[in-house]
Write a protein that binds this ligand. Structure first.
Ligand code: FAD
Length: 527
């Protein structure tokens, strides 16, 4: 069947907008025709031979829509589309460093993150430590621009996007090289599912978190509480060396043998001290694991939570179960548990999980024997369109030394109030406590659980969480905290740790260049 392809458009505009290898497209001119951008999208999708030159940036109801139109077009047409190069707002851009500004193709895909919407004035995308140093020199020349660091774009506390500021995006530094003796060298832009896949070929695994889409750079500079932490320790406990570019542009390597103080600081407060450009970890032998997703129903939320606390406390190190629920509906709560048993033996897996499955009425279960890498691979790939975070997440965190009856009562009350739709208990303990609390800047080594809640109403969640903080929590995990009040820095770092971090901040970043994630004031004015 031959179809008469027509687009309704002002022919003069269209002629300026497009050239066609096979001769002119058939046009019809009438009122209310398509704008050249829509026509270009149509043409790009219809004809692989079309070469399209656009006359101007898209007319759109908002800058975000204009970015979206541009990204759709470049996704469809790739190099076949030529877009007018808008002059840069900056006349001192670092030579050779890839940059994205509003209106550039690909900008939209890097302007938002997984959790957050943003519209930075400039995104610099260095591909080598030297280019990172050049990007940092630009940042130093522009103190008026808020600076965010971005690796995998899954920051919650870390403001890896912003509006009107500068982002140094090291997502392109994403190589993974498996070395001898279970060591692996990883770029900050790799994701944990990519790391898991690379190690899987050698029957190795490195604990990270519960979601394989998270980036290496943010997690490995903060902690890393995941499914293997009770056995392997935190991700930072497996770190053997890190390479950073400091605020003044100096590249350094830090390990137990060199720049030891910096190595201490990076393991928990890394975002304050430099841009990490490579990590070396020591992985451990892991092959098949038991992977469980359970859904339980309970009418007695408090009791189920309390029982979960007891079962989790008694679990061996090879077993880690996270607990998640939201507001009860009609007096009933649905509890999701997802967890891992580091064993491929079905009998062991069932034995380990059965006590958890009896803390409510088991409504659904899926338990499989899988490779660790397959569990991590469940995270979706980020496509060419990038992340779509919108607005600002409202997340609070607390470390719970012990899940007491009083905590279960107060937490159940919080859940019933509807202040949080996502309330999670992350099983800690085990090997996390094998590292002394002064051995890394991450100092909270002995809690039973890391607790996190996400809500819609900042004030309501803050008020409720502040009460829990006073009554039950001892510290917080900075990666799940979005509250910017100065007290939070003191929750994240106990006094001796914070004092030591301040001293190091005075030495390595006295000008506070790095300030997007629990910024430490070198002078201690955040006291
Ligand atoms: C869906 C989801 C699941 C998660 N699950 C877990 C989990 O199971 N366990 C856990 O511990 N955490 C978890 N997190 C938290 C996560 O570890 C942090 O948000 C982490 O910062 C994300 O790293 P990223 O590189 O993807 O983030 P980005 O958004 O790229 O960066 C976040 C921040 O990290 C810092 N940073 C990034 N790159 C560098 C670098 N190269 N050098 C120095 N600092 C840098 C910056 O302050 C930046 O603002 C989860 C987050 C999400 C969104």
């Amino acid at each position: 069947m031959i179809m008469d392809q027509r687009i309704a458009l002002d022919p003069a505009t269209f002629a300026a907008a497009t050239t066609h290898l096979d001769g002119p497209a058939v046009l019809e001119d009438h009122e209310g025709g398509l704008d050249p951008w829509t026509a270009a999208v149509w043409l790009a999708a219809r004809d692989d031979n079309a070469r399209i030159t656009l006359p101007a940036a898209p007319a759109a109801v908002s800058p975000e829509m204009a970015d979206k139109a541009l990204d759709t077009l470049t996704a469809l047409a790739g190099t076949r589309v030529r877009v007018p190069g808008a002059p840069s707002r900056f006349d001192d851009l670092p030579d050779g460093v890839l940059k994205l500004e509003p209106g550039d193709p690909g900008y939209r895909g890097r302007s938002s993150t997984y959790m957050r919407g943003g519209r930075p004035a400039l995104i610099l995308r260095p591909r080598t430590p030297g280019e990172v140093a050049d990007a940092l020199a630009f940042a130093r020349r522009h103190p008026e621009l808020a600076l965010g660091l971005r690796s995998g774009g899954h920051g919650i506390s870390g403001r890896s996007t912003n509006t009107g500021g500068l982002i140094i995006d090291v997502g392109g530094l994403n190589s993974i090289e498996v070395l001898a003796n279970g060591h692996v060298r990883v770029g900050p832009g790799a994701t944990w599912k990519q790391v898991a896949a690379a190690l899987d070929k050698y029957d190795l695994a490195l604990g990270s978190g519960d979601y394989g889409g998270v980036g290496v750079g943010g997690l490995a500079t903060a902690g890393g509480i995941g499914f293997l932490s009770r056995e392997q320790g935190l991700t930072i406990d497996r770190l053997r060396a890190v390479e950073l570019v400091l605020a003044d542009g100096t590249p350094v390597r830090a390990s137990d043998d060199e720049n030891q103080e910096l190595f201490w600081a990076v393991r928990g407060a890394g975002a304050n001290f430099g841009v990490a450009t490579a990590f070396e970890f020591e992985a451990e032998a892991v092959t098949e694991v038991g992977w469980a997703q359970l859904a339980l129903v309970t009418q007695d939320l408090e009791e189920s939570m309390r029982q979960f606390g007891e079962v989790a406390r008694d679990a061996p190190r090879d077993t880690t179960v996270f607990w998640l629920t939201g507001q009860p509906r009609q007096g009933q709560s649905v509890i999701q548990m997802y967890g891992m048993v580091d064993s491929g033996d079905p009998d062991t897996i069932v034995e380990r999980l059965t006590p958890f499955a009896t803390t409510g009425l088991l409504a659904q279960q899926q338990v499989v024997v899988a490779r660790y890498a397959d569990v991590m691979a469940q995270a979706a790939d980020v496509g060419a369109e990038g992340h779509h975070g919108r607005g600002e997440p409202i997340s609070r965190s607390g470390f719970l030394p012990r899940l007491t009856d009083e905590f279960a009562r107060d937490a159940a009350e919080l859940l019933r109030s509807g202040t949080t739709f996502f309330f999670q208990l992350r099983h800690m303990g085990g090997a996390i406590a094998d590292t002394p609390s002064d051995a890394t800047a991450f100092a909270h080594r002995t809690p039973e659980f890391s607790v996190a809640a996400i809500g819609m109403d900042r004030q309501a969640l803050d008020e409720a969480w502040d009460r829990l903080m006073v009554r039950h929590f001892d510290g917080l995990y900075l990666s799940f905290e979005t509250d910017r009040r100065p007290e939070r820095l003191h929750d994240a770092f106990p006094p001796a740790t914070l004092e030591r971090l301040r001293e190091l901040k005075r030495r390595y970043d006295p000008g506070r260049l790095f300030r997007d994630n629990f910024p430490i004031d070198p002078q201690g004015e955040d006291r």
